[in-house]
Every structure is written in structure tokens, then in C-alpha cells.
Design a protein around this ligand. Structure first.
Ligand SMILES: Cc1ncc(COP(=O)(O)O)c(C=O)c1O
Length: 434
């Protein structure tokens, strides 16, 4: 009996210790890793960010009460998804938010809610992810691609040129979190009577003149897909200050019958639009909301780490005359969870050699022009007719390097990455001279 008690007690202590260690490591996930530096490998660049401790508690609570569907409770406060929406309105300083299953859904519903109709033209930067023009196609509209500049942002002069009487909206994608001159763009859209919708999938945590990017247009769209600052697996958010737009988006997302009463939004427009709109069912799952919500309070800490790593890396890379780094606009507070820079005076063949050698040393960098089938290349979007050559964007992207900078990386990792990039570039240029 005594022996049985000892065995049971040892097992219990071991189990508790394991759980405690696990939760400690979750709690400390943004702190410096201890121990010897280990060279990063390709996989380290693509690991998803760890979950804060609160996520486990929230998810468990929901699993226990089985309230998985956002409309299962009696009131908004019973729904993790509605609480997520409320938290985001506070974080972003907007009136209304609608949680959805992806940013793609948020862009699609934004276009429809703003009155974009089949056949309308929607401007979109040529440097973005395929999901963005796809949302325009899904809404039955026609994407019109606009050139991008050396800061990887939309070229406002080309934007002005491409506006026509058929243009209904600009779906401004802040690709990789690079923010275009928002004052100029907001002014231009007003002058030309064009609806501004922001794709802020990569911009959570980014500020322009102190204001969150994604809150400048009529509607803003965010993503919680795993490679974004909040790792929700999948998920999206639509934000707006427009009461009519949020009501339409709530119905379109799948709020049937009186389900709208389970949102924190109160509006006379619910009665007006009831039963007049199709329901697409693009709602967020309560478990996803429980995963996403506790991560809001981690955004600022992550932004600080991203900026520290990014600035350290660009200072080192700027020492090479074969690298051109996009200028930082003093109006922008970046949240760089990745880096883009252009190779100078390298042929495509040399760029390929560079990419392969850097990757052989465990640094997961892609050169866009030599990465076939890349979903961020407008020339691979064969599902619609693009009638512009877009030489400027093509030339920019062909020699552009793209690399994730996970939040777990520290100065030692960044130093290693810079050493690899600079030494491989040096070798290639040296061989060329010999
Ligand atoms: C720039 C950009 N916009 C929008 C999206 C779509 O986001 P989601 O995967 O949440 O639909 C992505 C996806 O990665 C993206 O990169």
C-alpha cells in the first residue's frame, strides 16, 4: 500500500511539474531564450508564434461549456467572438468590428457592403497576395492593377492615372505592412469620389501618424492567419465607423433571423436590411476567437521586438552596395515581421545563386524573381485579364528578397543572418571580378 502511494505521488508530482513548465514556457514566450545560440535552420523561419497562457484557459473554458457557435448564448457578452469584436473596437479606436473566418472574407464583404457591383472597376496595387484581386473577382468586379514604388507601396501618380469613370473603389493592400502616403491617398479618393477599403492583413500594430493603419478608409480588413502578428490559424476582421456598412456586413456574414441582437452593435438599420441580403456564412468560430483574443495584448511587445530586429538587420545590410533597403517614412511606426530588400547589380542568374547559397546555410530567404509560381506575382494571376505591362513593379519584384523575421529571433540570430547574406553576396561579386 505504502509503495503504491509513493508511486502514485511521484507520478502526480512529475505530471504537475510538466504542466507548470509548459505554462511557464508559454508565459515567457516573448522573453529571451536561455542557453547556447543555435544557428537557425530553414524551418525556424516558418514556425508559428507560440500561444500565450491565457489561450489555453479560454479555449478550455469554451470546450467545457461547448459554446462553439458564436450565436449560441443569449446576449453578446456570452459570445467569445462578440467579445473579440468589442476588444478590437477599443484597440483600434473604431466604432464597429465584425469577426470573420478570414481577411479574404472581410475584403469580399467590404466590397459588397460598400456597394461595389458586378462589372465595377476596383484599383489594387500590383504587389500584393493573390487573395486580394481574388476578393474583387469574387464580388464580380474587375481588378485594375496599379504600379508600386521602391518602398513596396502603391505609386500614387500611377493610381491617379488609372482612375476612370468606371472606378468604384480602391482596395489598398498594405503589402508586407508597408504603408503608402495615406494623407495623399485619402485626399485623392475623396476628390475622385472613390471608396477606400484597406487590406491591412499585414498591418496590425502599424501606425501612420499615430493612427492604426486599417482605420483610414471606409472599411479596414485584418488577418489572423498563422503567419500574421496574431496567430489564429485562420481568421479575419472587418472594421468601420459606418453604421450602415456594419449592419450589411453582419447580415452578409451569416446573421440570420434575430442573430444580429447577439452583436454589441445596436442600429435602426437592422430592421431596414433584414431579409434583403444573401447570407454567405463567413462567421468566426468561438474557439478561433478564444485563440485570437488573448493575443491582442501581446501586439505591442511583439512590435517592439520586430522593430529592434529589423533596424539592427537593415543597419548591417546597408553596408553592402548590392542591397537597397526601402526608406522608412518618419510618419510610419512599422511592425516588421518580415523584411524586403532589393539586390542591385546582380543578374537573375546571380540572384538565383545567391538565394540557393543563402538557403543552404539555413537562412530562409526567397528572391521573388527566381521563385516560380509565387502567389505575390501579378504575372502568375492568370484568372483575370490584366492589360497593363507594369514594368516598374516587375523590375522591382524580380530582384526583391523576402524573408520572415519571427518574433523568437534575437540579436544573435539577426547577426548570423546578416553574416550569411553579406558573405554570400561578397563571394558572388568576387567571383564575377575574377
Ligand atoms: C496582403 C494580404 N492580404 C490579404 C490576405 C488574405 O488573408 P487571409 O488568409 O486571412 O484570407 C493575405 C494572406 O496572406 C495577404 O498576404
Amino acid at each position: 500500500m505504502l509503495l503504491q502511494c509513493i508511486v502514485f505521488w511521484s507520478f502526480y508530482v512529475l505530471k504537475v511539474n510538466k504542466i507548470m513548465n509548459k505554462s511557464r514556457s508559454n508565459k515567457d514566450s516573448l522573453k529571451k531564450p536561455r542557453g547556447k545560440f543555435k544557428k537557425p535552420g530553414i524551418d525556424d523561419f516558418h514556425k508559428a508564434d507560440p500561444m500565450p497562457k491565457d489561450v489555453f484557459l479560454r479555449v478550455n473554458k469554451i470546450l467545457k461549456n461547448a459554446n462553439l457557435f458564436r450565436y449560441i448564448g443569449n446576449k453578446p457578452a456570452d459570445s467569445e467572438t462578440a467579445l473579440l469584436e468589442r476588444d478590437f473596437t477599443k484597440y483600434l479606436g473604431v466604432k464597429y468590428a465584425l469577426a470573420l473566418n478570414s481577411c479574404s472574407s472581410a475584403m469580399f464583404l467590404s466590397l459588397i457592403s460598400c456597394g461595389v457591383r458586378p462589372g465595377d472597376k476596383v484599383l489594387v496595387p500590383a504587389f500584393t497576395f493573390t487573395a486580394v484581386p481574388s476578393a474583387i473577382i469574387h464580388a464580380g468586379a474587375v481588378p485594375v492593377l496599379v504600379e508600386c514604388n521602391e518602398r513596396y507601396c502603391i505609386d500614387v501618380d500611377d493610381l491617379r492615372k488609372k482612375i476612370s469613370s468606371e472606378t468604384k473603389a480602391l482596395l489598398l493592400s498594405h503589402m508586407r505592412g508597408h504603408t503608402a502616403d495615406l494623407e495623399r491617398i485619402v485626399k485623392l479618393c475623396k476628390e475622385k469620389n472613390i471608396i477606400l477599403i484597406e487590406d491591412a492583413a499585414h498591418s496590425l500594430g502599424v501606425l501612420w501618424n499615430g493612427q492604426p493603419v486599417g482605420t483610414f478608409g471606409k472599411v479596414g480588413c485584418y488577418s489572423f492567419q498563422s503567419y500574421k502578428i496574431i496567430n489564429g490559424g485562420e481568421g479575419g476582421l472587418l472594421v468601420t465607423d459606418d453604421e450602415e456598412i456594419i449592419v450589411k456586413a453582419i447580415f452578409l456574414s451569416g446573421a440570420y433571423e434575430k442573430m444580429y441582437e447577439k452583436h454589441f452593435v445596436k442600429s435602426k438599420f437592422f430592421e431596414l436590411y433584414k431579409n434583403t441580403l444573401p447570407a454567405f456564412n463567413l462567421r468566426l468560430h468561438n474557439i478561433s476567437a478564444a485563440i485570437i483574443r488573448p493575443q491582442i495584448k501581446k501586439i505591442e511587445d511583439k512590435v517592439a521586438i520586430y522593430n529592434k530586429n529589423y533596424k539592427f538587420l537593415i543597419n548591417r545590410l546597408a553596408t553592402s552596395k548590392n542591397i537597397s533597403i526601402p526608406k522608412i517614412d518618419p510618419r510610419e511606426r512599422m511592425a516588421p515581421d518580415s523584411i524586403q530588400f532589393k539586390l542591385c547589380n546582380l543578374s537573375l542568374k546571380e540572384a538565383k545563386e545567391f538565394m540557393n547559397k543563402v538557403r543552404d546555410k539555413g537562412v530562409s530567404l526567397y528572391v521573388f524573381g527566381v521563385h516560380e509560381d509565387n502567389a505575390r506575382f501579378f504575372w502568375n494571376w492568370k484568372y483575370f485579364q490584366n492589360s497593363f505591362p507594369l514594368e516598374k513593379t516587375r523590375n522591382l519584384l524580380e530582384l526583391t528578397c523576402d524573408m520572415r523575421l519571427p518574433v523568437s529571433f534575437r540579436k544573435v540570430h539577426i547577426d548570423y543572418i546578416a553574416d550569411v547574406i553579406l558573405s554570400v553576396l561578397n563571394d558572388i561579386k568576387k567571383n564575377e571580378k575574377n
